[in-house]
Design a protein around this ligand. Structure first.
Ligand SMILES: Nc1ncnc2c1ncn2[C@@H]1O[C@H](COP(=O)(O)OP(=O)(O)OP(=O)(O)O)[C@@H](O)[C@H]1O
Ligand SMILES: [Mg+2]
Length: 242
């Protein structure tokens, strides 16, 4: 498997073609963006931390039976994954009110929800990823009804896995975002599972351990991510290239 040219350069990752049409490389960059790309910065070590965390969490959810695009880790920044046709829907699971949910309904952040809420958003930077319904997604041809049902089910399984996993290191999973893709008739979990797309609060203190540190200028994101790595792997982030 050899790397070829970049197929797509996103805000936080590059998608690189390989000589196998069924496989692509995902390369995690250090770039951070917020508010739909309006705020930008380069964050030391972010790519390496996200690559490692995404592998760790994806393997964890795969053990619970959730199919994913993941094939193997190539190096500290790059993963080999199955190429999918991305469903243009972001699947968000919420356990506690925060972010756009709290704002939309004018409620406080930090209110536990009686059960995990799954929301779907239309993946469109131009429109600012608007909230959508299953009916709209089917009507506009983004996904089949059975695909939406599958994504919701899998997202709830992922939620249980993540809550348990992070619970062991004293972290509450407030909410997170997933993307799914098609390989033929089958759907798999795609993209990444990283603190870029999750809210993680330290149990007891509520200290934010995710990208909100950058969005809201709460401190040093690079340090936050290295600390999160250390908490999850019980070891410091290795030096570059080791
Ligand atoms: N297995 C996969 N096969 C093909 N594309 C994938 C796969 N996994 C993730 N992607 C896509 O690769 C891109 C990764 O780049 P990145 O996450 O930086 O994009 P982005 O700037 O967030 O933009 P957007 O997700 O809106 O396209 C995303 O478009 C994501 O949907
Ligand atoms: Mg993305």
């Amino acid at each position: 498997m050899d790397a070829r040219e970049t197929m797509y350069e996103g805000k936080s990752k590059r998608v690189i073609r390989t000589d196998d049409p069924a496989l692509v490389i995902l390369e995690f960059k250090d770039d951070a963006t917020a508010f739909n790309g309006q705020k930008k910065a380069s964050i030391d070590d972010k790519g390496r931390v996200n690559n490692a965390i995404s592998v760790l969490l994806t393997e964890e959810v795969q053990k619970a039976g959730v199919p994913s695009h993941f094939v193997k880790r190539l190096d500290e920044r790059r993963l080999l994954v199955k190429k999918v046709e991305i469903i243009p829907v972001e699947v968000v699971v919420r356990n506690v009110s925060a972010g756009s949910f709290a704002k939309r309904y004018a409620i406080a952040e930090g209110m536990p929800l009686a059960w995990p809420l799954v929301e779907i958003f239309y993946k469109s930077d131009a429109l600012g990823d608007p909230l959508a319904s299953d009916d709209v997604a089917v009507l506009l041809g983004w996904a089949k009804r059975r695909e939406l049902a599958f994504m919701r089910d899998q997202a709830l399984i992922v939620n249980e896995v993540l809550k348990t996993f992070f619970g062991h290191v004293n972290v509450d999973v407030i909410d997170f975002k997933l993307e799914f893709g098609r390989i033929g008739e089958n759907l798999v979990l795609a993209d990444e599972i990283t603190p870029d797309g999750m809210r993680l609060w330290e149990r007891g203190t509520g200290k934010k351990l995710d990208k909100d540190v950058f969005r809201r200028d709460l401190g040093d994101l690079s340090e936050t991510y290295r600390n999160l790595y250390e908490r999850l792997f019980n070891a410091p982030l290795p030096a570059v290239g080791s």
